[in-house]
Design a protein around this ligand. Structure first.
Ligand code: PLP
Length: 416
C-alpha cells in the first residue's frame, strides 16, 4: 500500500513524477491535497509552467509574419509543437495537425466546416449515448440547419456502446459518425477501431473525440484510420486554451474554412479571397502561441513517461483498488462497469446527494467532481441527475486511494 511497493511493482516512479507537479504539494482545508479530478483537467508539470513564463520573458512575438529574430524563434517553437503532436498521434504529416482552443472547438470546426458543406437534407449523423455535450450539440445544430437526422447508438447497462445496434442504425445515408474514444463520465474505452471499420464500410467518415484518451492510451490515428481526431492539451498535462484537430489531408483540403480573417488567406481582394494551405486555412487570427509552445513540454513529459501500457497498467492498479474499496461501502452504486475502462469511477450513494458528498470530501482536502459531467443524456439513460466522479492520473497513489475510501466511509457512516 505504500509508494515503495508501487515503485517495485510498477515501472512508474510515482514519487519522481509527483515532484514535477508543484501544485500537488499543498494543503487544502488543512489536509494534504488529494487531486482526483483529472478527467476535468490534469495538473501541469513545472516544465510546462516554465515554458509559458520563458516565452513571455524571452521571445514573445507574433508568429509566421515577422522576419525579426524573436518572431522567428516563436514561430519555430510553435511549429515544433505541431511536429511533436504529429509524432504523438502518429499522423502521416504535420500539416494534418490543426491547433484549436480545445476539443470543443475542434468538433465545432468539423461540424461547421465539413458538415455545412457535405450534409444534405435526409442525410444522417450518428453519435453515441455516451457523448459529452461537446460532441452532441454541434451535431444537433448542424443537423437542424441542414435538415439532417441525428441518430444515437444506445448504451447497455454496463456503460458499453451497443455495437449490434450501431450496425442496425447505420445506413447509406449516414455521412458522419462522431463518438468518443473514452467516456468522461464512465471511463468506458470504446471499440473505436471497429466503429471506424463499420462506418467506413457504410461510406461514412468518423470523428473520434479523444479528450479523455490521450493521457491514458496510445493514439495512432493511422492505425485507427479515423478521419478526424479531437483532443485538448489541458487534459494531457498541458495548458488550457489549446486543442488539436487531426484530419486526413484530403478531407481538410475539401472543407471550407471554419473561421476567417488573417493568416488563413493566400490573397485577398475586395472581390474575392483565396485560402491558405492546411493547416493555416483553419488557424485564422493570432493563435494561442504561448500555450501551444508550452504544450510541447507536456507532450515531451508524456512521451518521457515511456510505454503507455505501463501508464495504463499503473492507473488500472489504482482503479482496481478504488473499485474494491468503494464496493465495501453500503448503499454505494458504481455507474458504468465496462470491461475496458480507464481509471474513472462514477458513483452514487443512496440517501446522500452527490453535491454534498463532493463538499464533504473537499473539506478533507479531496478534490472530486460532482454533477452530470456534461453528459445529461447519459445520466438520463441511468435515471439519475448526476454522480460523484473520481478520475486518477499518473501522479496519484494507492495511499491517496486508501485515504479517500476511508474518508468516504466516514462520511457515509456519519451522514446517511
Ligand atoms: N469530450 C470529452 C469526452 C470530454 O471529457 C470533454 C471535457 O471534459 C470535452 C469533450 C470538452 O473538452 P474541452 O472543454 O477541453 O473543449
Amino acid at each position: 500500500m505504500t509508494q515503495i511497493v508501487e515503485n517495485i511493482e510498477s515501472k512508474i516512479n510515482v514519487s519522481t513524477i509527483r515532484s514535477k507537479f508543484p501544485v500537488l504539494d499543498q494543503k487544502v482545508n488543512g489536509k494534504k491535497l488529494i487531486y482526483f479530478d483529472n478527467a476535468a483537467t490534469t495538473q501541469k508539470p513545472e516544465v510546462v509552467i516554465n515554458a509559458l513564463s520563458d516565452y513571455y520573458r524571452q521571445y514573445n512575438a507574433n508568429i509566421h509574419r515577422g522576419l525579426h529574430t524573436l518572431a522567428e524563434r516563436a514561430t519555430a517553437a510553435y511549429e515544433d509543437t505541431r511536429k511533436t503532436v504529429q509524432q504523438f498521434i502518429n499522423a502521416s504529416e504535420a500539416e494534418e495537425v490543426i491547433f484549436t482552443s480545445g476539443t470543443t472547438e475542434s468538433i465545432n470546426l468539423v461540424a461547421n466546416a465539413y458538415g455545412r458543406k457535405f450534409l444534405h437534407p435526409g442525410d444522417e449523423v450518428i453519435i453515441s449515448g455516451l457523448e459529452h455535450h461537446s460532441n452532441i450539440v454541434p451535431w444537433q445544430l448542424i443537423c437542424q440547419e441542414k435538415s439532417a437526422l441525428l441518430k444515437v447508438i444506445p448504451i447497455d447497462a454496463k456503460g458499453d456502446i451497443d455495437l449490434e445496434a450501431f450496425k442496425k442504425i447505420i445506413t447509406d445515408k449516414t455521412k458522419i459518425v462522431a463518438v468518443n474514444h473514452i467516456s468522461n463520465s464512465l471511463g468506458t474505452i470504446n471499440p473505436v477501431r471497429e466503429i471506424v471499420q463499420i462506418a467506413h464500410d457504410s461510406g461514412a467518415i468518423v470523428l473520434l473525440d479523444g479528450a479523455q484518451a490521450t493521457a491514458h492510451v496510445d493514439i495512432d490515428v493511422q492505425e485507427l484510420d479515423c478521419d478526424f481526431y479531437a483532443f485538448s492539451a489541458h487534459k494531457l498535462y498541458g495548458p488550457t486554451g489549446v486543442g488539436v484537430l487531426y484530419g486526413k489531408r484530403k478531407l481538410l483540403e475539401s472543407m471550407n474554412p471554419f473561421q476567417s480573417g488573417g493568416e488563413m488567406i493566400k490573397e485577398v481582394t475586395f472581390e474575392k479571397t483565396t485560402f491558405n494551405d492546411i493547416p493555416y486555412k483553419f488557424e485564422a487570427g493570432t493563435p494561442n502561441i504561448a500555450d501551444v509552445i508550452a504544450f510541447n513540454e507536456a507532450l515531451k513529459f508524456v512521451i518521457g513517461l515511456g510505454n503507455k501500457e505501463d501508464v495504463l497498467s499503473y492507473e488500472q492498479t489504482l482503479l482496481n483498488e478504488a473499485t474494491e474499496r468503494l464496493k465495501e461501502i453500503p448503499g454505494l452504486t458504481i455507474i458504468g462497469e465496462a470491461d475496458q475502462k480507464i481509471a474513472v469511477i462514477s458513483f452514487i450513494i443512496e440517501g446522500l446527494h452527490h453535491f454534498d458528498i463532493g463538499m464533504m470530501l473537499d473539506a478533507k482536502g479531496i478534490a472530486v467532481r460532482t454533477g452530470h459531467h456534461c453528459t445529461q443524456p447519459l445520466m438520463n439513460r441511468f435515471g439519475i441527475d448526476g454522480t460523484v466522479r473520481v478520475s486518477f492520473s499518473i501522479y496519484n497513489t494507492l495511499e491517496e486511494v486508501s485515504i479517500f475510501a476511508d474518508s468516504l466511509k466516514q462520511i457515509v457512516e456519519k451522514w446517511r
